[in-house]
Design a protein around this ligand. Structure first.
Ligand code: SF4
Length: 318
């Protein structure tokens, strides 16, 4: 019988079949995010410690993993911030020693400024840190962090980690209506994220009951605007996670408007637009032909390559 540290496997769009390891007690975290789906933080701390007997967690893993069938990832996550557990490095190395599981860590990234945390995560395959704000005031409103945490220090920690880490970093941003979705915060995030340089950026909004009822979902149209704006300014690929995603029909409702916005910000090739908006050859041709016919977008040749361009006004406002 499981001792309660291991859960799943649960199907995940990002990680396939994922077996979870929860190594912090409910609800121990360095943040108290207003959108948290786990609940309000009861132990707000930045102090790392060994919460449990590490051999018990290993035993639970061995007993559960045998009965779990095929799994794609072993994921450290759960009811709080996993890097607060000072045994996480030993546990990652333990799972790694089986030589057959990929390891992911879902973290709020707040402790990456500590060298010990960066070292502990070094043998994971994928680290998914979150970064919802790059401005101090917005950070405090959305993440309600422990008083010792500063956003600039966190961004520095993420930057250092990305340089040292050989695996993949998938940075996640969650948007809450009227809290961290302003153009000012987006611009600050763009600067910070381009500096950190994760492999991919994943954005989402409030999809499940939040810890605070004041945390509201960003509507689909605004999410599409945010996606378009970030895709135009970030050096890496942006993806949408959660209920509003590229497989959702609503994503396509605003496609023409978004293509116009996109090329107004940054000229794109047809192939780039096809990939950003997840369209097939036929749909991208049809959409571009229509918008060109209506003189809403234009094409321009540069160094023998054809670009789709717009009016080049740089703003995410309508
Ligand atoms: S960092 Fe994660 S676990 Fe902690 S409060 Fe925020 S969403 Fe919840």
């Amino acid at each position: 019988m499981s001792l309660g540290f291991i859960f799943g496997p649960v199907p995940s769009r990002r990680l396939g079949l994922s077996l979870g390891i929860n190594i912090v007690p409910f609800k121990t975290c360095s943040f108290n995010c207003i959108y948290c789906e786990v609940g309000k933080t009861t132990d707000l701390t930045v102090k790392r410690k060994s919460f449990y007997d590490v051999d018990e967690i290993k035993k639970d893993f061995v007993e559960t993993v045998d009965k779990s069938g095929h799994i794609d990832f072993v994921t450290f996550s759960g009811s709080g911030e996993p890097t607060l557990n000072s045994d996480i490095g030993e546990l990652i190395d333990f799972v790694k020693s089986f030589n057959k599981y990929k390891i992911a860590v879902l973290t709020n990234g707040s402790l990456m400024y500590k060298e010990s945390v960066r070292k502990d995560l070094i043998n994971a395959d994928v680290v998914v840190p979150s970064l919802d704000a790059a401005l101090s005031g917005v950070f405090k409103k959305v993440n309600l962090p422990h008083k010792d945490l500063e956003i600039d220090k966190i961004i520095d920690g993420l930057f250092k980690f990305k340089k040292e880490f050989k695996g993949q970093v998938w940075l996640e941003i969650l948007f809450v209506e009227g809290v961290n979705d302003s153009e000012e915060n987006l611009n600050a995030l763009i600067e910070a994220v381009n500096r950190i340089s994760p492999d991919i950026v994943q954005i989402g909004t409030v999809d499940r009951p939040p810890a605070y009822s004041s945390a509201h979902k960003v509507n689909d149209e605004k999410m599409m605007d945010i996606y378009t704006y970030l895709s135009a300014h970030l050096k890496m690929k942006v993806d949408i996670i959660g209920s509003f995603n590229k497989e959702n029909d609503k994503f396509y409702d605003n496609i023409e408007r978004s293509i116009i916005k996109m090329v107004n910000i940054r000229p794109c090739s047809k192939d780039e637009l096809k990939s950003i908006f997840n369209l097939n050859d036929e749909s991208i041709k049809e959409t571009l032909d229509k918008l060109i016919g209506e003189e809403k977008i234009y094409t321009e040749e540069f160094q023998s390559k054809l670009f789709v361009v717009g009016n080049r006004s740089v703003s995410m406002k309508k």
